[in-house]
Structure formats: structure tokens, C-alpha cells
Design a protein around this ligand. Structure first.
Ligand code: IPD
Ligand code: CA
Ligand code: CA
Length: 277
């Protein structure tokens, strides 16, 4: 395996072990609210520390952007690791078994490596730019589903920013009526990995952060899929709004979503983003 991916996998597995070991003492954990419907536990923080420690040992001159600790490490470097130590914290805190660790490496702003690890199923999704995407070392591809009829879609609810609820419900209603089903599993990074693996035919969500998306975006691109914002542009990192599927289904989903776009959803800036990140 690619040497940088090997280190990222080691970090993801170490974080996964911490998360799984903490599962039977969830009711004893200290949980802090970060914002509306947004919580963080000691486990998120401990897992992030472990990941950064592992990566930093191998790459002392790199920088790190972690969900819990923000930006740290070298100020001037071309390499930034983007880390979501526990994606699906709400699920984890409720004992709902759907969460993962997500780690990506950016080189000069371009995603070069991505690892998503589901510690309960021990499923390891990896991608390196130009080298394809894999699940437990077997190549994966996005699905060939070429229409909404029969498609299984994933999504996330815009529960943190209530401004988008009406627009979102319009999209949901119009997509729902033609598909085989829609899932809201509660871990955006794992949803993206599932699109890469063809388990979900498409996915959309409003209001994601870089650490929710970075590894999943590369997995999907390397598995033959398309990732855009809801308006079909490449500004998903900037806006936090994501639409992804194979090329044909992506075009169809975008056509259904388009009439529901508000000015706020067409904007390519996330108002809650920290410009220093
Ligand atoms: C959340 C999950 C969830 C998505 C939220 C994310 P967290 O991440 O990915 O599926 O709907 O937008 O914030 O907080 O559990 O790392
Ligand atoms: Ca997350
Ligand atoms: Ca998280």
C-alpha cells in the first residue's frame, strides 16, 4: 500500500480502537454541546489526539486540521491532514452502530489520500489519487444505476441550520417519490464511502464541513463518481453542500434539486466557516 496511506490507516485503526473500547461506557462520558444539536465527547477528543500523534510522528513537518482541535502543526507547509476522529457522534452516543473515522491528506489544496474506517464492521475504505478506491483492499466502483427508479439514495438533514429546512424538504419530497428508498444513516463520511462502494446510488446533504467530506470525495472520484455542490459546481468545500452519484444519476438528481435552490444554497460560502482553516 502507498506509504502515506499506510500511516493514515494506522492512525484510523488506532482511533477506531479507542471508539469501540468506549462504547460500553457511553453513559459515563463527559458530553459537551458545541452548538445547536451538535455534541462532542471525550472520545472524539481522545481519538483525534491519537490520530494527530500517529501522523505527526511520521510527518513532523505537516499541518493538521482536526474537527475538535482546529488547525495545528507547521504554519508553512503544502501538506494538511483533515481529520474527523468520529463521524456520527450522535449515533455513537446513542449506541446506534453507524459511525466512522475519516482522514484525508491535502497537498496544495488537492485531496491526495483518503481513509474512512468503520471500526464496528472493520471496513476500511481507502483511496489514493490516480490509484483507485478500495474496500478492504478490493477495488470499488460507484453503481451503474442510471435513473431514480430503483435507486437507493442517502442524505442528511439540515438540523443545525434551520434556514434550509423548507428547501431541503422540497428536494426530499421530489426525490423520494421516484426512488426505491432514502436513508439518513447519520454519518456523512460513511455515506460517501457507501456511494463509492455502490451501496448507495447517490447522496446529498446541506451544511457539511471539510472533515466530513474530504476523504469521501476522493473515494467517490476514484470510484468513478461525480461530486459537486447542489448547484452542480465544484464549490462543495466552500459551501458545505454536496451532491454525488455516478455521472448519469448525478445529472438527474441535480435536475430535481435545482428548482429548490435558494440564494443561500447557491452561495459558495459557508457562513460558519473559520477563514483561518
Ligand atoms: C455529522 C454527521 C452527520 C451529518 C452532520 C455531521 P459529526 O458529523 O456526519 O451525518 O448530518 O452534518 O456534522 O458531528 O458526527 O462528526
Ligand atoms: Ca462529522
Ligand atoms: Ca466528528
Amino acid at each position: 500500500m502507498d506509504p502515506m496511506l499506510t500511516i493514515a490507516v494506522r492512525a484510523a485503526r488506532a482511533a477506531g480502537d479507542i471508539i469501540v473500547r468506549s462504547m460500553d461506557r457511553v453513559n459515563l462520558l463527559t458530553i459537551t454541546p458545541k452548538g445547536r444539536n451538535d455534541f462532542v465527547s471525550e472520545v472524539d477528543r481522545q481519538a483525534e489526539r491519537e490520530i494527530i500523534h500517529t501522523l505527526q510522528k511520521a510527518y513532523p513537518t505537516h499541518a493538521f486540521l482536526g474537527e475538535e482541535s482546529g488547525r495545528q502543526g507547521a504554519a508553512k507547509t503544502d501538506f494538511v491532514w483533515i481529520i474527523d476522529p468520529l463521524d456520527g457522534t450522535t449515533n455513537f452516543l446513542h449506541g446506534f452502530p453507524q459511525f466512522c473515522v475519516s482522514i484525508a491528506l491535502l497537498h496544495r489544496g488537492r485531496i491526495e489520500k483518503g481513509v474512512i474506517y468503520d471500526p464496528l464492521r472493520q471496513e476500511l475504505f481507502t483511496a489514493a489519487r490516480g490509484a483507485g478506491a478500495s474496500l478492504n483492499n478490493r477495488r470499488i466502483r460507484v453503481s451503474k444505476q442510471n435513473g431514480l427508479k430503483g435507486a437507493l439514495l442517502g442524505t442528511g438533514f439540515p438540523f443545525k441550520d434551520q434556514r434550509h429546512v423548507d428547501a431541503y424538504l422540497g428536494m426530499l419530497r421530489d426525490l423520494m417519490k421516484d426512488t426505491a428508498g432514502i436513508r439518513r444513516a447519520g454519518s456523512a463520511a460513511l455515506d460517501l464511502a457507501y456511494v463509492a462502494a455502490g451501496r448507495l446510488d447517490g447522496f446529498w446533504e446541506i451544511g457539511l464541513k471539510k472533515w466530513d467530506m474530504a476523504a469521501g470525495v476522493l473515494l467517490i472520484q476514484e470510484a468513478g463518481g461525480i461530486v459537486t455542490d447542489l448547484a452542480g459546481t465544484g464549490k462543495y468545500f466552500e459551501s458545505g453542500n454536496v451532491l454525488t452519484a455516478n455521472p448519469k444519476l448525478h445529472q438527474i438528481m441535480q435536475g430535481v434539486i435545482q428548482p429548490h435552490l435558494t440564494d443561500a444554497l447557491r452561495a459558495t460560502v459557508d457562513p460558519t466557516d473559520d477563514p483561518s482553516e
